[in-house]
Design a protein around this ligand. Structure first.
Ligand SMILES: C=C(OP(=O)(O)O)C(=O)O
Length: 298
């Protein structure tokens, strides 16, 4: 499984964009469930991602009766729509064909990619058969669901595999199932919000050397520093949750970026890309005058 540090890593094409080393960082705004079941909020978040310069927006697609653990289904939950079972809440926030068609049309008008992490096989079929999504994402929680991964692989689309809450042995099995040809992997730690000491960003290098595929970063921290450091360490894609307002009701809002944070993230990623350069030591034109003025010898 060790690709070796010197192996050239081939980029993966996602919807006409190359994702890999020496390519622009592919920035994914994870809407997830932060639309709270409201397509108007989803569209506002798509606008925010587009204006910030993100490449893609991402959703989560579930078939609630399959993906909700049996012992959770009847648990009562206070929601903005009243007290309901966890299963009913899952249905309440799930988008179906009508909403995804609206999203699909909206994104194509803006020239934005959209895709989702399907959490069960019927959700893979739903996304593959009804929409021409550019890629599939494996959520960290699904790394060991090899039936789900096989369904994604069989679509022939590229797959983005997140690796939070997973051991290298579990990731090995996922990679054996998915193959490496159209695979992008994401380093992730699935703590919400993630403290800095659990970021372990050098894992980006570990994964790159072990699997020889482009490695990105899926972040759940507060703030921007850790995502920006991931880019400096070579992450080829960055995914962050976004929200209209961190105080909104729902589990993912508090560890999400608000519009201004997202704008700063993309702005700073583009500056870092430029600043990383090609590693060839050279004297820049702009250094010549200071050189003439300051260097005494040679
Ligand atoms: C939970 C998800 O991703 P990650 O594991 O990267 O946070 C997801 O994509 O649905």
């Amino acid at each position: 499984m060790t690709a070796g540090p010197s192996k050239t890593i081939a980029p993966v094409e996602i919807g006409g964009k190359l994702v890999g080393p020496d390519q622009p960082v592919y920035v994914i705004a994870e809407i997830g469930l932060n639309h709270n079941g409201d397509v108007a909020i989803a569209k506002q978040l798509i606008d925010i991602a587009h204006e910030a310069g993100c490449d893609a927006v991402k959703f989560q697609k579930r078939t609630p009766e399959i993906s909700t653990p049996a012992d959770m289904r009847d648990v009562q939950r206070e929601t903005p729509w009243g007290t309901m079972s966890y299963l009913d809440y899952r249905y309440r926030v799930e988008f179906e064909e009508e909403q995804y068609t609206e999203i699909d049309n909206y994104c194509s008008k803006l020239g934005m990619h959209w895709f989702a992490s399907p959490w069960d096989v019927p959700s893979v079929e739903f996304l593959a058969n009804r929409f021409d999504v550019v890629t599939f994402k494996v959520a960290s929680a699904s790394v060991t669901d090899l039936e789900l991964l096989t369904a994604m692989k069989n679509t022939g689309k590229p797959v983005i595999l997140s690796t939070g809450m997973s051991t290298l042995e579990e990731i090995d099995k996922a990679v054996e199932t998915l193959g490496t040809e159209k695979l992008v992997m994401m380093h992730a730690t699935s703590t919400y919000p993630m403290p800095a000491h659990e970021a372990n960003l050098r894992t980006i290098n570990t994964l790159r050397e072990r699997y020889g595929v482009p490695i990105g970063y899926s972040g759940h921290e507060r703030g921007l520093q850790i995502s920006l450091a991931a880019v400096a360490l070579g992450a080829v894609t960055v995914e962050r949750h976004i929200t209209l307002d961190r105080t909104m009701w729902g589990s993912d809002h508090s560890a999400s970026l608000e519009p201004e944070g997202l704008r700063h993230l993309v702005r700073d990623i583009r500056i870092i890309e430029e600043a990383l350069g090609d590693g060839v030591k050279r004297v820049f034109e702009g250094e010549l005058k200071p050189k003439a003025r300051l260097r005494r010898v040679g």
